[in-house]
Design a protein around this ligand. Structure first.
Ligand SMILES: [Zn+2]
Length: 435
């Protein structure tokens, strides 16, 4: 992409004046980013995969190579070839710009060979003090989704930002130099495990991030990098936490708590509520209350939907009359069935209106799912003192009880007695079918 304005022309020119990776930076990258492995076998023999030196010694998790003096992680597996790929960043100021240079490094470790490292620069972000960012980058292989598939033969030139540029470096390497505007806004010489670019950009544009960094709430700082909208939304509560020196060590859990309190219409400025001593306990309690309220609301909405549906249905008198007639025609021969077990009376539903009432009373879908239209089933209800305690679906094809449900689809208290009573009366139902 050709530069289109003064800024782009300036950045492109400056980028060509950036120095190559120097020896110190290269060594630092190898030290911090590359894996360093010692193989260990049953003969108590170590082999350093950095330099190839071998020696014997007692088993340990980590050792220092006596030849190259590198700290090594001990690996007892049978693996002898390692290929590691990682990104690292170099952070430098250059002619008033803050530059974040991203390098890709591939490390190859092999038995009997010295380790080899291949390093190439993938892209650079050029941040102006007003937070405007310009990208100088290699081209990407368009067919690939992998983040390390840069076209290394292409030039570092002006390019549009894309997903590949959002990689977070594994380490920042060498000495970092930072423009005064970023230092003024709170940068203290440490990235606190944040991506340098995101941290700088936010320090230049969002004074809340500056505040969080200045009071050393590093967990919250890292959270803010990814969820700035949550920080905005609960900023009033965050300020109270900061004022009370409340350490937010688990921001996700803390914001879940705030979210639950908000849903329950509690005061998000009340330190008693929002700054609990035992966050986990408080979080669990309020989340449970939130879930209970959500369930109540959902039931209420469901109820409203059903009522509307009933209303609409019942208003259409012609259709109701037609359905009533069809239901009577199909099922009236069963209407005089009645099975009794002490206080329980079991009877078929005898009209579509009864389906409406049953669904209404029992808070289930016997009406809304139009069970009265199903020809191969018979719907009963079980009554105690003339009030329904269960609705029962019986298949007329195989005389099986498909379901027997109480209020809100619960299992009714008298489930076994109801099921037994119907089963013992199956011959009577068969007689009706035959009649
Ligand atoms: Zn070595």
């Amino acid at each position: 992409m050709k530069p289109k304005n003064k800024l782009q022309r300036e950045v492109l020119k400056l980028s060509q004046s950036l120095p190559e990776l120097n020896d110190y930076q290269r060594k630092d990258a190898i030290k911090k980013v590359a894996p360093h492995i010692a193989k260990y076998n049953s003969k108590k023999e170590y082999v350093c995969l950095d330099c190839g030196h071998s020696w014997t010694g007692d088993e340990a998790k980590s050792v220092v190579c006596p030849h190259c003096h590198v700290q090594l992680k001990v690996d007892k597996s049978r693996k002898w070839n390692y290929c590691d790929k990682a990104y690292f960043a170099i952070v430098a100021k250059w002619q008033g710009f803050q530059v974040i240079r991203m390098f890709f490094m591939q490390t190859n470790l092999r038995k009997g060979r010295e380790a080899s490292y291949w390093i190439s620069e993938a892209f650079q972000r050029w941040l102006r003090p007003d937070a405007k960012c310009t990208i100088i980058s290699r081209a990407r292989h368009w067919l690939s989704h992998y983040c390390d598939c840069w076209n290394w033969d292409s030039d570092l030139e002006l390019r549009n930002e894309h997903y590949g540029h959002t990689i977070i470096p594994y380490k920042v390497v060498g000495h970092s130099s930072v423009i005064p505007e970023i230092k003024r806004n709170g940068y203290d010489g440490d990235f606190h495990k944040c991506s340098p670019y995101t941290l700088f950009k936010m320090l230049l544009t969002d004074n809340r991030v500056e505040t969080i960094l200045k009071v050393k709430q590093y967990h919250l700082l890292r959270y803010a990098m990814a969820y700035s909208h949550t920080i905005s939304r609960y900023w009033a509560s965050i300020k109270i936490a900061l004022r009370h020196k409340y350490q937010i060590n688990d921001p996700s859990m803390w914001f879940d708590l705030l979210n639950a309190l908000e849903y329950l219409e509690k005061d998000l400025r009340n330190p008693q509520l929002i700054l609990p001593k035992d966050l986990k306990k408080s979080h669990d309690e309020w989340m449970a209350k939130k879930r209970a309220k959500e369930e109540r609301e959902e039931r209420r909405r469901q109820r409203e939907r059903e009522l509307n549906e009933e209303q609409r249905y019942l208003e259409n008198l012609k259709r109701v009359a037609k359905d009533e007639a069809a239901y009577k025609k199909a099922k009236s021969k069963f209407f005089d069935l009645e099975f009794v077990d002490n206080e329980i009376v079991i009877k078929p539903l005898t009209s579509v209106k009864e389906f409406v009432e049953e669904g209404h009373l029992m808070h289930h879908c016997v009406f809304s799912n139009q069970y009265f239209k199903k020809n191969d089933v018979l719907i009963f209800h079980a009554l105690v003192s003339n009030v329904s305690v269960a609705t029962i679906e019986l298949s007329l094809e195989n005389m099986m009880i498909v379901q027997c449900r109480g209020v809100h689809n619960s299992k009714p208290e008298q489930y076994d007695r109801i099921v037994n009573t119907i089963q013992s009366n199956i011959p009577k139902i068969r007689q009706k079918i035959a009649s």
